[in-house]
Design a protein around this ligand. Structure first.
Ligand SMILES: Cc1cc2nc3c(=O)[nH]c(=O)nc-3n(C[C@H](O)[C@H](O)[C@H](O)COP(=O)(O)O)c2cc1C
Ligand code: SF4
Length: 499
């Protein structure tokens, strides 16, 4: 059992009992200088086999450092990624592409806090209506309509309500939120204050993963600046509205990105996933109505308030409105951050933005949105980027991290890697996820070693069905989606391993 005290919330030390502490993987600073074992590093392990071997030896494991553009990565040593706006409007990445806006002065110079100033002169209902009209859907993975979630919190009776930013960004391959927070922190703060104003919340938390220490420093400085300028604290912008905001640093658990787990983590409880309903919108943090949104979702809000919901809804495609930030891994010739309008094809992302794969390698497949989502095989890369369109081929938009694999990755190796991650990060509540994912890993290890039989593949199929049907959260169902896509699109790589 771990005894070290993990990082405390910015506002003061919070005692964490041992039975809660044992849930977490990391204590303060334990990842620093460590090699990363995330999926983007796995895909790039042939570029630096020694580093990958080091990553595999790490205990506790380090799963994603958010340096996938330079994978295989090793803790905070890399330059920043290139950033490019490839849409009509740089709604999310515009300021970062222009050099960033870490200070309040730089942010204000680029139009920052104008949306909040404008909103404070209007009713909360007007802000809420703009977000509803925009068609914005959550960027944290599920694509839930943001306006509908805000309305659900606003409709709760007045009293203590919370706004929480999900800055856990655990999906290997994603480093969007990291650079938004490091280089444009006030856009998140402004988005959160607007959200609080719209739903009637007076307190907020940014739940930030420990693996992003620079983001913590930058955000805490930005919060202090915003408070000093009157954009946070009592009487925001000189009005009767108050909003207090602080950061809470996580402890290296992937599943804490799941909303119910995240809220329990802030409360200091053992962060197992909880069944819903009740949804956090009704009974969330400390049992109070809570609006929980992803960082990119919240960063989008000031633009919507400034330009109107209709202007946002005019961008994009099908039921996926607006723009999406994407982070491309190091297998591409041009890895980096890109903002695109929904509707571009996966081929456009791979070939035009990414410039194809390094060393002229052949594409074996693409994962968009983390390891627990369906793989896109080369013959389906003309599918457009859209929630429904990618969902129809078993894939998804997820968090927008784009990880390409080339012929150096054998598919059975990838399955073993993903299920090893799945087993390691399971919160343990559902049996197929807690034990089944480890069993799939074991079976694929045997298959890779030439020791598996056809019956073992049958057992894997049964376990995948159980994961799909009985998992309480997207961790288990996502593992099932990944496995289903592999069994469907790569049978010639899988079946010969089971004789
Ligand atoms: C296992 C698991 C991990 C997740 N990790 C994240 C994460 O790191 N960041 C995030 O924004 N959402 C994550 N989510 C989704 C959240 O539960 C939630 O849906 C999201 O933060 C809501 O924000 P949105 O509506 O703005 O997308 C995760 C979900 C699951 C099941
Ligand atoms: S699916 Fe896995 S991570 Fe999700 S609640 Fe069940 S055991 Fe926990």
């Amino acid at each position: 059992m771990q005894t070290t005290q993990p990082p405390s919330p910015a506002s003061g030390t919070r005692e964490i009992p041992d039975d809660v502490l044992s849930f977490y993987h990391l204590c303060d600073g334990e990842f620093e200088g460590k090699a990363c074992q995330g999926t983007a590093c796995f895909a790039a392990r042939h570029f630096n086999p020694a580093r990958w071997a080091e990553a595999e030896r790490n205990h506790p494991r380090v799963y994603c450092l958010g340096e996938c553009f330079a994978a295989p990565a090793k803790g905070q040593q890399r330059p920043r990624p290139p950033v490019k706006v490839c849409s009509r409007h740089g709604i999310v990445l515009g300021r970062i592409a222009a050099g960033g806006a870490r200070s309040l002065a730089d942010y204000v110079k680029q139009g920052g806090y104008a949306a909040l100033q404008q909103a404070l002169g209007q009713t909360p209902e007007k802000v809420l209506a703009a977000v509803e009209a925009s068609g914005l859907r959550g960027r944290g993975g599920a694509g839930f309509p943001t306006g509908r979630k805000w309305r659900a919190v606003a409709q709760q009776p007045p009293g203590q309500k919370y706004v929480v930013a999900n800055a856990d960004e655990g999906d290997a391959g994603a480093y969007i939120d990291r650079y938004l927070m490091e280089d444009d922190p006030h856009s998140l703060i402004e988005g959160m204050v607007l959200a609080a104003y719209a739903v009637g919340a007076s307190r907020g938390y940014i739940y930030l993963r420990a693996e992003y220490p620079l983001a913590a420093t930058v955000l805490q400085a930005a919060i202090a600046e915003a408070r000093a300028a009157g954009w946070l604290g009592p009487k925001v912008g000189g009005t009767a509205f108050s909003f207090e905001l602080e950061t809470y640093i996580g402890h290296g658990s992937y599943v804490c990105g799941e909303e119910t787990s995240l809220l329990r983590s802030i409360e200091g409880q053992r962060p197992e996933v909880m069944a819903r309903p009740p949804y956090p919108t009704e009974r969330g943090l400390f049992d109070r109505p809570t609006l929980l949104n992803n960082v990119e979702t919240l960063v989008t809000v000031p633009w919507i308030v400034r330009h109107g919901g209709e202007a946002y809804a005019a961008i994009g495609f099908s039921k996926s409105r607006g723009t999406k930030a994407l982070s491309l891994n190091s297998l591409f010739n041009r890895p980096g951050l890109y903002e695109v309008e929904f509707g571009v094809t996966v081929r456009h992302i791979v070939e035009e933005l990414g410039g194809g794969l390094r060393q002229g390698a052949k594409l074996k497949g693409v994962l968009i949105g983390g390891p627990i989502i369906g793989m896109i095989p080369p013959h389906l890369i003309d599918t457009p980027l859209g929630f429904e369109e990618l969902g129809a081929i078993g894939a998804g938009v997820g968090h927008g991290g784009v990880v390409a694999f080339d012929e150096h990755t054998s598919i059975p190796d990838l399955v073993r890697h993903v299920f090893s991650f799945g087993a390691y990060e399971s919160c343990g509540k559902c049996t197929p996820c807690r034990s089944g994912s480890g069993r799939v890993e074991e079976i694929f290890a045997a298959a890779i070693a030439g020791r598996a039989r056809a019956a073992d593949l049958g057992e894997c199929r049964d376990l995948v069905t159980a994961l799909k049907l009985t998992s309480l959260c997207g961790h288990g169902t996502g593992l099932a989606r990944f496995a289903e896509s592999i069994l469907r699109y790569y049978p010639t790589e899988i079946e010969p391993c089971f004789k």
